[in-house]
Design a binder for this molecule. Structure first.
Ligand code: ATP
Ligand code: MG
Length: 492
């Protein structure tokens, strides 16, 4: 290392040649700066980077970024911990370039030791990568969602601040542990347990999925969380999983309130409705004496509307029960063909009133294990829709057939059809393709949600094919009780 001014080794001490050699070979620039901002000494790398040949002022090497910015030279080494900062350096021809510098106290009082890293070229890219990595880490740490990363064996690789806060645990309590131990129920807990994180991960199939889990924090308090799992991928390879963990306490409280509200409201509505209907029936039946025509007509309207209201209340209750998994189903061995016949018969008069031809098409035996009343309810919804969304003069056909493994109960119409982008959405509750659909026999958009719920809870699915202006075909598909052995699996 060159000594331009008084930075020489104290008289009498031999110069350490080994250390000099090391300083010369170092890829980092090393500068010793005096209190006056003079560069007292520099190594080869610094000389090369800044084009220094003789004594220099620090301010020449590190120009101010703007006329009123404080000169870098006055940054005192003892100000703070020596953190690298990126600044602008200048070489002998006045070209500026990015440099990373670390300032720490120099070898003698009043001097500073400045380490510089030329960030031109590869070093620049590396610094950028580090910056990006820092940014990613910052993001991960700042988000309010908990993040847990695991390797392929389910060992925790990282746990961000949010997840540590949720579990009231330190990183060292989580990182390196198997996921099965994270938020595990304490042995002495008295409260009932729920699914653990590792259960959600195991159930996530091809590495993506999610669900609810119960986590126990450091002090043994359970916490309900919503977990989303996605595969951790580098290049083409799945190297582990990322779990996003979110506190679900509030969400559960709202869901519970909603459940209670619907249950109470529907019950409270049902009782007076029954009374209203009974009274109306009594009056309209003529038992209390004949009625003039106009009051009789008005009472009939009241009676019909009481029926609609009762149907709506029942639908809302059904949706809630399907959601909560509490809909009572009494499955038995039934032939879907019988249900198809009964359904057509039952809706005959509705179809006639709408001027729609309702026919029983090809119907063959297809035995399934399901609750006949609920499947009939599903079929009624489908046939009801088909009639409702057909023009007068249209035709609706119900068929029943079987494949090797499945029973297929289909309702086909030639009505207005369903737009392609709504084929899935129509099964959502309260979903109607057109706002005016609510006016058609006061539909509320619950029928298909209930139909899908019933069929899926019976182990089947509802298929829909439809083209605008050509018609729709809804098919209830259920597993046969007498499926042919070694039949090929059904196509998805
Ligand atoms: N066969 C069909 N043809 C055309 N559109 C249909 C058909 N079936 C359903 N839809 C569309 O899907 C929507 C949802 O149907 P869904 O049965 O859930 O509700 P809804 O019939 O309007 O009311 P609800 O069944 O509760 O009385 C309908 O409003 C309609 O827009
Ligand atoms: Mg409907």
């Amino acid at each position: 290392m060159d000594e331009d001014t008084g930075a020489a080794a104290p008289a009498g001490e031999p110069r350490d040649r080994g250390l000099e050699g090391l300083l010369a070979a170092l890829p980092l620039g090393v500068l010793v700066v005096g209190a006056q901002g003079r560069v007292h000494a520099q190594n080869d790398a610094a000389r090369a980077a800044f084009g220094l040949s003789g004594p220099a002022a620090f301010a020449d090497v590190f120009p101010r970024s703007s006329p009123d910015a404080p000169p870098f030279a006055v940054r005192r080494a003892d100000e703070a911990a020596p953190e690298p900062v990126e600044v602008v350096g200048r070489d002998a021809d006045g070209t500026t370039f990015p440099v990373e510098v670390t300032v720490s106290p120099g070898p003698r009082p009043g001097t500073s030791l400045v380490l510089t890293r030329d960030l031109r070229g590869a070093a620049r890219a590396e610094a950028e990568l580090r910056r990006q990595r820092g940014l990613t880490e910052l993001l991960l740490e700042s988000t309010t969602d908990g993040f847990l990363g695991t390797d392929r064996e389910g060992q925790v690789l990282f746990a961000n601040t949010a997840v540590r806060r949720l579990l009231r645990q330190r990183a060292s309590d989580l990182v390196g542990r198997p996921l099965a131990q994270v938020g595990r129920r304490p042995a002495d807990a008295t409260l009932p347990d729920g699914p653990a994180l590792s259960d959600v991960l195991d159930g996530s199939g091809e590495g993506a999925g999610g669900g609810r889990a119960v986590l126990w924090d450091r002090y043994g308090t359970p916490l309900s969380v919503q977990v989303a799992v996605s595969p951790l991928i580098t290049g083409e390879e799945v190297v582990g999983s990322v779990l996003t963990v979110r506190d679900a306490t509030e969400q559960e409280r709202v869901e519970e309130l909603k459940r209670q509200f619907t249950a109470v409201v529907s019950h409270e509505l049902r009782t007076p409705l029954t009374a209203i209907k009974a009274s109306l029936r009594l009056v309209t039946s003529g038992v209390l004496g004949p009625l003039p025509e106009e009051p009789a007509r008005l009472l009939r309207i009241a009676d019909e509307n009481a029926d609609r209201l009762a149907a709506l209340v029942n639908d809302i209750l059904d949706v809630e029960r399907l959601d909560a998994g509490t809909m009572p189903l009494e499955p038995e061995d039934v032939d879907l063909a019988d249900l198809a016949r009964a359904g057509v018969e039952q809706l005959e008069s509705t179809a006639v009133a709408a001027g729609v031809e309702l026919v029983l098409g090809e119907v063959g035996p297809a035995r399934v294990h399901a609750d006949p009343h609920r499947i009939a309810q599903a079929l009624t919804n489908l046939v009801g829709n088909a009639v409702k969304f057909s023009e007068a003069g249209g035709r609706v056909e119900v068929t029943c057939r079987r494949t090797a493994r499945e029973a297929r109960l289909a309702v086909r119409d030639e009505g207005r059809g369903i737009p392609h982008d709504q084929l899935e959405a129509v099964f959502d509750r309260f979903r109607q393709v057109y706002a005016s659909d609510a006016q058609r026999q006061s539909g509320s958009g619950l029928g298909l949600a209930i139909t899908k719920g019933i069929v899926e809870r019976s182990g089947g699915r509802v298929e829909l094919r439809s083209r605008p202006n050509e018609g729709s075909e809804f098919t209830v598909v259920l597993p046969l009780t007498d499926a042919e052995e070694d039949a090929p699996p059904p196509e998805p």
